[in-house]
Design a protein around this ligand. Structure first.
Ligand code: ADP
Length: 461
């Protein structure tokens, strides 16, 4: 369920991220384009007034009576005269001048030239030598014009400012043109940067909000979509449990009948004795399998059912198992070493824990050829007890390790090595370990041996 939810969130998160990223890209591109159009338009319109401005500028300088004024007020350090000053003087002096200040505004207007946005836009007119003539609008730090300017204009961009320089030229012949001057229209990038920053924040907020809603929706959706799966899984478990129960009675009856027959060998035809033994062994195996299946379904159901739990000295449990399987080991010419057992108590179901370690120990003995060693040790690590069962047996191939706890899984070479076993032993052991809030891990070297490590929480009391 969590994996499904996580995949769902990762997919939706990625889609949202890509959407937000694309959205921002489109809007930012559009706004940049709009700004460029605006600046270019400003330059084009300002270019129309170039003749008037150059003419009046020349006249102003020619008239000596204004030179003092020009020096004292209008001439700014960069060499520009402000358009409003130029107009102010000329209005009193010559009514022919065509430029009128915009009423109530700090900015001025030329015919066809829109009032500039205060503090964000600026226009500068230059003569053909690229020397400053007149400026209007915002006073951005003055920069010289670039040495090379393309006939259709040149873009200049600094951190906070974007400018467009437009050369004003007339055709002197069908092939040649002369540049009369230049207009530079500039606009501050600060408003756009702030606007885009705002947009980014809003998008991020939106993505966060939607992610929150998607998470809530995802939890509900995974719950809904897993309902039928969980229901059929539950049904399957119920079926396994019911089938095992149903099989138990006839199996018991078969085994009882066989036992009766075997207790009266004189009643059995000598040629049937072997068949009877085969049936007895098969029914024994089937009973074991059914019991294993029942145990697994019970373990699946009881999530941490602590009613049957007791405090168990794990070292003693392993010691007893060592005694119990010592003989069997020596019969198979194996050395069973139960050594270095750190005294440690855990809490759990004694029968189940016994089953867990029995499964691991019998496996180790089963899959270790004669002459080998099986070593059982117990130590602690933090709040956990670590019991390990190590053998010098046939080992497990690295690509098969992820499957060994699967139900009914048996390695191919194990089938040939040992004919018994159903492939449920490790699944049961892992289920028991998990129901005791622990787990089993395995490391193995094919042909050299395996080590199963059981990790169980130490009883804190
Ligand atoms: P089985 O009844 O076949 O032993 P298990 O679930 O106990 O079933 O083990 C599953 C498979 O894991 C075995 O068939 C075997 O291939 C492999 N296996 C388990 N323990 C060992 C071991 N100690 N050494 C090598 N292989 C092992």
């Amino acid at each position: 369920r969590y994996r499904l939810l996580l995949s769902y969130l990762v997919v939706t998160g990625s889609v949202l991220g890509i959407f937000a990223f694309t959205m921002y890209g489109i809007v930012a591109r559009d706004r940049q384009h709009q700004l460029n159009l605006q600046i270019r338009q400003l330059a084009t319109v300002a270019a129309v007034s170039f003749d008037t401005i150059q003419h009046e500028h020349e006249e102003l300088f020619q008239e000596a009576e204004y030179s003092d004024y020009v020096e004292s007020r209008s001439l700014d350090p960069s060499g520009f005269i402000s358009l409003s000053d130029l107009m102010e003087k000329y209005q009193t002096h010559s009514s022919s001048f065509d430029i009128t200040p915009v009423q109530g505004s700090a900015t001025t207007s030329l015919p066809g030239l829109h009032p500039l946005t205060p503090r964000h836009q600026g226009i500068e007119w230059f003569d053909s030598q690229k020397l400053p003539l007149v400026r209007e609008g915002d006073r951005f730090p003055s920069m010289p014009l670039p040495s090379e300017i393309a006939p259709d204009g040149e873009w200049i961009q600094t951190k906070d400012l974007r400018s467009f320089v437009l050369p004003i030229s007339v055709a002197v012949s069908s092939t040649e043109t002369t540049v009369l001057g230049y207009v530079r229209a500039s606009e501050s990038l600060v408003p756009l940067t702030t606007e885009l920053e705002h947009f980014r924040q809003q998008l991020a907020l939106g993505v966060l909000l939607v992610s929150g809603l998607v998470t809530i929706g995802g939890i509900w959706l995974t719950h809904q979509s897993l309902r039928p799966v969980l229901a059929s899984f539950e049904q399957l478990k119920q079926f396994t449990s019911d089938a095992s129960h149903e099989l138990r009675n006839p199996l018991t009856a078969i085994r009882a009948s066989i036992a009766v027959l075997q207790s009266h060998p004189e009643r059995v035809h000598p040629s049937d004795v072997q068949k009877l033994q085969a049936i007895a062994s098969a029914s024994e195996q089937m009973s074991q399998l059914v019991d294993d299946l029942l145990l697994l379904t019970r373990l699946d159901r009881q999530t941490h059912d602590k009613h049957t739990w007791r405090i168990i000295p794990l070292d003693e449990l392993l010691e007893e198992l060592g005694h119990l399987y010592g003989d069997r080991a020596s019969q198979s010419d194996l050395t069973l070493i139960v050594d270095a057992l750190t005294p440690v108590t855990i809490q759990g179901d004694a029968d189940q824990l016994q089953r867990l370690f029995t499964n691991l120990l019998t496996n180790a003995l089963k899959y270790t050829p004669a002459g080998g060693h099986v070593t059982v040790t117990l130590r602690t690590s933090g709040a956990y007890a670590l019991a390990s069962i190590q053998d010098t047996g046939i080992g497990i191939a690295a690509d098969q390790l992820p499957h060994i706890f699967d139900r009914f899984w048996r390695a191919d070479h194990a089938r040939t090595f040992d004919r018994g076993g159903s492939g449920l032993g490790l699944a049961i052991a892992q289920s028991i370990a998990r129901s005791h809030l622990g787990n089993i891990t395995v490391s193995s070297d094919l042909g050299h041996g395996s080590c199963f490590q059981v990790k169980l929480p130490i009883y804190p009391g």
